[in-house]
Design a protein around this ligand. Sequence first.
Ligand code: G6P
Length: 368
Amino acid sequence: SRSDKGGYPFYMEKEIMEQPRVIGETVKPRIKDGKPDFTAEGIPDEMLASCRRICVIACGTAMHAGLVGKSLIQSLIGIHVDVVMASEFMYNDPIVDKTTLVIAISQSGETIDTLEALKFARKCGSPSISIVNVKGASIARASEYVIYTNAGPEIAVASTKAYTTQLAVLYLLTARMAIARKLWSDEQMKEYMEELQRVPAVMEEVLKSKEEIHHIADTMLNARDVFMIGRGLDYSILLEGSLKLKEISYIHSEAYASGELKHGTIALITEETPVIAVVTQDKLKSKELSNIKEVQSRGARVILLIKGQEELEQEKIWSRIFRLPVMKDEFMVMPVSIVLQLIAYYVSLDKGLDVDKPRNLAKVVTVE
Ligand code: G6P
């Protein structure tokens, strides 16, 4: 009933709206004296300091969270990170050993592929941490250490709050690695942790614009394909945004790294194809804007999600624009994820589909 759904027509909307709160509940208990703290989880700094590489194992949305984690850890800590789809892990003769920290990410904690890959890595001697939402789940029990996301029960098949709380944990873990490895100045740590704690308020700000996002979604109702383009972290978040859209709206959608456009997808962009372009990373901005111009000149209908209010020098390259609240670049995936979740939600809702129970998909997958 609507009351279980907090007055919303679907769980997905309720779960989207809960994100500022559950992110706060995931982050706050793990900050002591302004610093990330995993003493409650028992995670030794020694483990974070000594690993030589990291291997993230996960499926679906959780795997997309891993991709953001990879960016953060490689750029802020300087350790090599592989993100492996758990379902593929065993087919590439995985190279993991005691110097490889394995991070298994799973909302349910029951995905069989992730569980099997984790068990294999542990047999090879890898230290392990899992990031799980469901207390006491198999993956939590099979790993050495577990960090719970405090998202609460997620009922909609399409994952929203589990994903953003997984990201929140990855932000904390990155900062704890910086402490374990003595990498950042006090000032850098302070700024980073303050920014992390600002995420709920920034998300609220985006949620207040939900009607504006609803209008943008309505321009896509009759689309056959929707492309999404971006670079770096913007690309990682678009992979998740594209998955959300195809899962619940049944519109074919593909996220494409902008630099790869000319190697393929641009051939598919014709008059009126909606293209969602995300521009939040200062150092990638000028390259990204020229990619947008390329697709626009082929007639694409560009929906631009861009950080800040700054005037763009380029002539009008978008047909719709959404201005994102400003955070430090590495945190921009948080506000962007809300916009993409709401776009997928409203497209599905306005097509009259069963948002919470898309055809053929299951919330928990326990078959290989
Ligand atoms: C299923 C769900 C996805 C989820 C994936 C991994 O396919 O439909 O939403 O991302 O499993 O689930 P997990 O529980 O391991 O995060």
